[in-house]
Write a protein that binds this ligand. Structure first.
Ligand SMILES: Nc1ncnc2c1ncn2[C@@H]1O[C@H](COP(=O)(O)OP(=O)(O)O)[C@@H](O)[C@H]1O
Ligand SMILES: [Mg+2]
Length: 245
């Protein structure tokens, strides 16, 4: 069993921007929610938040987790309902000394009883948002695209998350293009990053268009990869497809 059926707080990280962390959170969150799991997505990108746009709820954004830490609002009122089972907790716009690892972890603890999965969408870099999420999570998913810069960043992220005490770290290879990445050996990415594989997501026009608000077809190739990953997250034994590797 991977993450199993107990509630999981999962940090989604990479140390590099543009590899698909926010896209992963949004797509896997929607997929789990469609399959009756209650999901909270937490934007950790202080100042540059993006999940509210990806999820189409930016005009509903009033509070953020900074307000919960500062007791400006009840924690239940700070979340935005995206769909029946999917909720968003936005990031603050500014940094504050109040955002310590202890206070942030306490904030996330408040939501644990209400959700099956909480995903912490970490920013690029290994600074504040990354550190807060590494300390508050109980498992992590490292996202890498199949190129050496991203693989190196993913291996830094993996090392740092392990140093923060997280034992269960998995790898997702995103934007895999069979034609462009013919010579890429996924086993080598796994070795360099140092984490077991959770899934491979194809470079997909539908996923890309989804970022700009288009509906992603449920059974397109990209979304099928998210479906398989979401099943693995629920503890199902879904085999990897050898033709992708
Ligand atoms: N599997 C994919 N196929 C095609 N485009 C993707 C895929 N995953 C992410 N993208 C695109 O890559 C860009 C960066 O994604 P994003 O999720 O914002 O990255 P990050 O959160 O790591 O900075 C976006 O334009 C997004 O649409
Ligand atoms: Mg992002």
């Amino acid at each position: 069993m991977i993450f199993g059926d107990k509630m999981s707080v999962i940090s989604v990280a990479s140390a590099k921007g543009g590899v698909g962390k926010s896209t992963f959170c949004s797509c896997v969150g929607k997929m789990l929610a469609l399959h009756d799991k209650s999901v909270l997505l937490v934007d950790m990108d202080i100042g540059v938040r993006s999940l509210d746009i990806l999820l189409g709820v930016s005009e509903k954004t009033v509070y953020n987790w900074g307000d919960v830490i500062k007791n400006n609002v009840d924690y239940r009122k700070a979340v935005i309902q995206v769909s029946r089972n999917l909720f968003l907790l936005p990031a603050p716009i500014d940094f504050s000394e109040d955002y310590t690892t202890e206070k942030f972890s306490e904030c996330i603890d408040k939501y644990k009883k209400d959700f099956d999965f909480i995903f912490l969408d970490a920013p690029a870099g290994l600074e504040s948002g990354f550190t807060l999420s590494s300390k508050a999570c109980d498992s992590a998913i490292i996202i890498s695209t199949p190129d050496n810069i991203s693989i190196r960043a993913a291996s830094y992220a993996c090392e740092n998350i392990r140093k923060a005490g997280v034992g269960d770290v998995r790898l997702v290879v995103n934007k895999f293009n069979k034609r462009l990445h013919k010579k890429i050996n996924v086993d080598e990415i796994i070795d360099v990053v140092g984490a077991r594989l959770l899934g491979i997501i194809p470079d997909s026009q539908e996923i890309y268009a989804g970022v700009n608000g288009e509906k992603i077809p449920y059974d397109c190739k990209g979304n099928s990869a998210f479906l398989r990953i979401s099943k693995r997250l629920c503890g199902e034994n879904i085999p990897f497809r050898a033709k992708n590797m």
